[in-house]
Design a protein around this ligand. Structure first.
Ligand SMILES: NC(=O)c1ccc[n+]([C@@H]2O[C@H](COP(=O)([O-])OP(=O)(O)OC[C@H]3O[C@@H](n4cnc5c(N)ncnc54)[C@H](OP(=O)(O)O)[C@@H]3O)[C@@H](O)[C@H]2O)c1
Length: 343
């Protein structure tokens, strides 16, 4: 690669089940030149997020959302630096939140850029705790979970950017916070660093019994990030009138629809009816107009004061993005996965 070369990662093939490295391809192209009204961005950090798995299929599991064509650059949110500007609102050196996708350089007409002030918070936080995942945690818990003091809130994928904030906000709301994670190191982090009341390892053989022991008064709010076996262990523990914000179902993202999952719908519906449960799915942008400013103010202050903690799992080099993404779907990440692209 030389200085006038940009790199990008495209979808090389649609995965069947778990993605493989050969489903991605690294390409080199000439760095594009900005036309009038455009800026040229140099990507500093790329966010890797579970939703990207749905964009690799020919039909996204999030029915309303798009997919990549084979050969298209993978979609993704980034923090980038303006390195040339023919746009009146942006100057060279500006740092912006952008949707450039998995690449080192991109052109933008400015329409979907958000200027960031690096003095307010470390810029990587705008991809994690103060970004889309953090807002998903904040809005889903506040508007659907509605935790009340003394209640028990349970969240899975609890060391990741969504789950870690859910548990910490649940503590701030005066509830008992229980995190479900994979492995002892993540259990220790969630309990000791994030100060949840309890952490349970979903990979342990006696996981359902351990979860029940960690929730002696049942579960009032289950923030659903995972689905699968974790949901099956949670369901019998839900209290009457429990609320379940359904944020993600990562245990199912690699499923091929060929019947891996037994149909437990009748039993689930019986629980919903008999316990007057509320299950409500949401996509974060539904709530952006309602409380995004409040989120940035409140969680931003908590992060600045150190009351709200976060962990980032930073991977060096755009070429490492496919491996890091595949690893995240298997729980190999420890914290918000961010690729350092060009810093
Ligand atoms: N609705 C929305 O608007 C919205 C927005 C953002 C994110 N989400 C969803 O929220 C969830 C969490 O996202 P995130 O960015 O915070 O991800 P993350 O926690 O950084 O990464 C995903 C984690 O999921 C866990 N996991 C994977 N497969 C699992 C399984 N079969 N059973 C149990 N846990 C499993 C792994 O953690 P362990 O090692 O601890 O198991 C893995 O590290 C995802 O489902 C995502 O799609 C939804």
């Amino acid at each position: 690669m030389n200085e006038s070369t940009a790199r990008q990662i495209v979808l090389a093939a649609r995965p069947h089940g778990k993605p493989k490295l050969t489903d991605f391809r690294l390409e080199e192209i000439a760095i594009p030149m900005p036309a009038s009204g455009e800026v040229l961005l140099e990507v500093q950090y790329l966010s890797l997020d579970p939703y990207m798995r749905g964009r690799m299929d020919d039909r996204n599991f999030l029915a309303e959302y798009g997919v990549e064509g084979v050969g298209d650059v993978m979609f993704g949110e980034t923090v980038a630096r303006v390195i040339a500007s023919n746009h009146p609102d942006y100057a060279e050196g500006d740092i912006v939140l952008a949707q450039t996708g998995w690449r080192t350089h991109a052109l933008s007409d400015g329409a979907r850029l958000k200027k960031l002030d690096p003095a307010v918070a470390p810029i990587t936080t705008r991809l994690g705790v103060l970004g889309m995942p953090g807002f998903s945690a904040y809005s889903g818990l506040r508007l659907i979970g509605k935790p009340q003091p003394g209640e028990t809130v349970v969240v899975a994928a609890a060391s990741g950017p969504v789950g870690s904030l859910v548990g910490q906000l649940a503590k701030i709301a005066g509830t008992r916070a229980v995190g479900i994670v994979g492995g002892p190191a993540k259990c220790a982090f969630v309990k000791d660093e994030l100060r949840f009341d309890a952490a349970v390892d979903h990979r342990a053989a006696d996981f359902p019994a351990k979860l029940a022991a960690a929730c002696p008064n049942g579960i009032d709010v289950y923030f659903e990030n995972v689905g699968g076996a974790v949901w099956q262990a949670v369901l019998p523990l839900l209290n009457n009138f429990a609320r379940v914000p359904v944020c993600g179902l990562i245990a199912h993202y690699n499923e091929t629809g060929s019947g891996e999952c037994a149909d437990r719908l009748p039993a689930t519906m019986r629980e919903i009816l008999s316990k007057s449960l509320t299950l409500r799915g949401f996509i974060f942008n539904e709530f952006a107009g309602l409380l995004y400013a409040e989120f940035l103010r409140e969680v931003g202050a908590g992060v600045a004061d150190g009351i709200i903690r976060y962990r980032e799992d930073i991977v060096n080099g755009l070429e490492k993005a496919p491996e890091a993404f595949i690893g995240m779907l298997d729980g190999h990440n420890f914290g918000k996965v961010i690729v350092r692209v060009g810093v």
